[in-house]
Write a protein that binds this ligand. Structure first.
Ligand SMILES: Nc1ncnc2c1ncn2[C@@H]1O[C@H](COP(=O)(O)OP(=O)(O)O)[C@@H](O)[C@H]1O
Ligand SMILES: [Mg+2]
Length: 334
């Protein structure tokens, strides 16, 4: 018996930008699978290529960026060769995206209801009136009180949390199979963050969606995701089941990230608690034009050896489904 294909399968995703007459790779050979109905978290410091990876999944990399991949498949359906017209039909209907900053992604001159109705009518031949009725239902579904009144509010009349709920309602308008959420709670305060995450989790359960959740917050991944991909300098340096990766990390970068994260399971969202930040690892993410030779992490790594400078490590699966891109990975296997 063959198992059904994953909800989303990505292989060898590369995003380049022109620089100084040549190109630099902002995303460098990223591969992962999102099992059906599960959440895959993508983590890493700012500048690691998380947003470009998520945009590339919907073929929305901003020019002059160029993306290539050997596979981007939705439930086994290959998207890489699709003409833009077909891709546009899939976007929103099969794979949808929620961005970090709802104020920049919502159009200020249209009401919440108009924008959700538009998202529906883009993909389905429904009347304005029916689209509006569905928009009210969607607003109710994402927990907006008195949706029949709020539907006529403009974005600036809504709080940040409410705007993010409207964005989620828009993303859900056509019942996508895969939702890509890029730092969906980063711009929100901690209490609202927790509410939005609860909402996403509830909707995922109700709708059976698969989710790609991009965040710099490992605590969020621990709570929300079953699978995790750790990115550094455009590469996946470690990937696997969340519990395994967090309990027994196989890459020094992941170990560093986990170093000062609050213990998993600690209640979050207290009034004075700051969101879990990535702990400081010595040094900074190198700029794309000046990556070190060999392992991109080596100049920040306490364990670097000569071969780390001469040879780029390959991703090696050291436990079932748990891979690390480190020459010394075997050393970390307990
Ligand atoms: N429009 C762009 N033009 C040139 N380089 C870009 C552009 N967008 C992103 N980059 C490069 O790609 C890197 C990764 O960006 P991004 O995916 O936004 O990182 P993250 O979301 O992990 O913070 C950035 O550090 C930057 O060097
Ligand atoms: Mg980003």
């Amino acid at each position: 018996m063959t198992s059904p294909p994953p909800a989303l399968s990505v292989r060898d995703l590369v995003v380049t930008f022109p620089r100084d007459g040549g190109t630099v790779e902002a995303v460098s050979g990223v591969s992962f699978d999102v099992p059906r109905g599960q959440t895959l978290g993508i983590v890493g410091e700012s500048g690691c290529g998380k947003s470009l990876t998520s945009l590339a999944l919907l073929r929305l990399v901003p020019p002059p960026g160029v993306m290539t991949a050997s596979r981007i498949a939705l439930a086994g359906r290959e998207l890489t060769g699709l003409p833009e017209r077909e891709m546009r039909a899939l976007r929103g209907a099969k794979i949808a995206m929620v961005f970090q900053e709802p104020m920049t992604s919502l159009n200020p001159v249209y009401t919440a209801g108009q924008q959700i109705a538009e998202a529906i009518r883009l993909h389905e031949p429904v009347s304005r009136r029916d689209a509006r009725t569905r928009a009210v239902e969607l607003l109710r579904r994402v927990g907006i009180p008195s949706p029949e009144l709020r539907i006529d509010a403009y974005p600036h009349q809504l709080s940040g949390g409410m705007r993010q709920r409207v964005m989620i309602a828009m993303a859900l308008a056509c019942g996508p199979d895969v939702l890509v959420a890029d730092e969906p709670t980063t711009a929100l305060d901690v209490t609202i963050q927790a509410q939005i995450l609860d909402l996403l989790r509830r909707l995922q359960g109700e709708l059976g969606m698969s989710v790609v959740l991009v965040t710099h917050d490992l605590g969020v991944v621990a709570e929300m995701a079953q699978q995790v991909v750790v990115m550094y300098a455009g590469r996946v340096v470690e990937s696997g089941p969340v519990r395994e990766v967090f309990d027994a990390p196989l890459h020094p970068y992941t170990r560093g990230l986990l170093g000062s994260v609050p213990p998993i399971g600690r209640p979050r969202g207290g009034p004075h608690e700051r969101p879990a930040r990535l702990p400081t690892i010595e040094g900074i993410v190198p700029s794309l034009g000046s990556l070190p030779s060999g392992c991109a992490f080596r100049d920040r790594c306490a364990f670097a050896e000569p071969r780390c400078a001469s040879e780029a490590p390959l991703a090696v699966e050291l436990r079932a489904g748990h891979a690390s891109r480190c020459h010394l990975a075997e050393r970390w296997v307990a």
